[in-house]
Ligand binder design. Structure first.
Ligand code: FMN
Length: 204
């Protein structure tokens, strides 16, 4: 039987840091269950901003498809059974890098909805304990729902905040030290895999 394919993107411009650690943890968990996984650093790809030209409404292709790496990323999404977006929280929302990528995927929606029925997952990492992780995951999941993907769960969350005594805040060194970040990422990886597997079986 064909393996479940899961693509995970680190939407932080900082390679290998907190968001990346969480996305990798989700993918590693899914791989343990039998998934074929691909980890993508957003900063390895050239992604131009959307021009708003509406070319994508006429055919499933962006007017800038040959000018950057977005077509390549789109092909990866099309080949996947499930997609995970991870983002650092930037002003209670996704990073500009991830938003630019999101806007450039409109050609996958018009006129044929090419991503419908795939499974998705969201991961957010913030500096503060209540720094906007849920809002950021919600922004990612709202995007996925517009594209017709099915969320596996509410999203994984992590923070640098460790504890506070008086005015002094103690920060964690990385997401790897954050039990909630790591456990919620692993749970997400499991849920994404299980749902994608079920969806695959129901379609075959
Ligand atoms: C432009 C910018 C905006 C940020 N906004 C927030 C915020 O709203 N809430 C928060 O808790 N942390 C905020 N942060 C901190 C990042 O979310 C935090 O450093 C996160 O761990 C970065 O993830 P990374 O290590 O994967 O790059 C912001 C950082 C930057 C650079």
């Amino acid at each position: 039987m064909r393996k479940v394919k899961i693509v995970g993107i680190n939407g932080s411009p900082r390679k290998g840091r907190n968001t990346a650690i969480m996305v990798r943890a989700a993918l590693d968990e899914a791989a343990k269950l039998g998934a074929e996984t691909e980890f993508i650093e957003i900063s390895d790809y050239k992604i131009l901003p959307c021009l708003g030209c509406n070319h994508c409404m006429k055919e499933n292709r962006c007017s800038q498809h040959d000018k950057d790496d977005m077509a390549k990323l789109g092909e990866k999404f099309l080949a996947a059974d499930a997609i995970i977006f991870g983002s650092p929280v930037y002003f209670r929302n996704v990073s500009g890098q991830l938003k630019t990528l999101i806007d450039r995927t409109r050609w996958l929606r018009f006129p044929k909805r090419l991503l419908v029925g795939k499974v998705c997952g969201a991961i957010a990492h913030a500096g503060l304990r209540n720094g906007g992780q849920e809002e950021t995951n919600q922004a990612i999941l709202s995007y996925f729902m517009v594209q017709g993907l099915i969320p596996a769960n509410g999203g994984a969350v992590g923070t640098m905040w460790d504890s506070q005594e008086g005015d002094a805040i103690k920060w964690k060194k990385s997401a790897a030290e954050d039990a909630v970040a790591m456990e919620s990422s692993r749970a997400l990886g499991k849920d994404v895999f299980r749902l994608a597997e079920k969806m695959g079986k129901s379609q075959s």
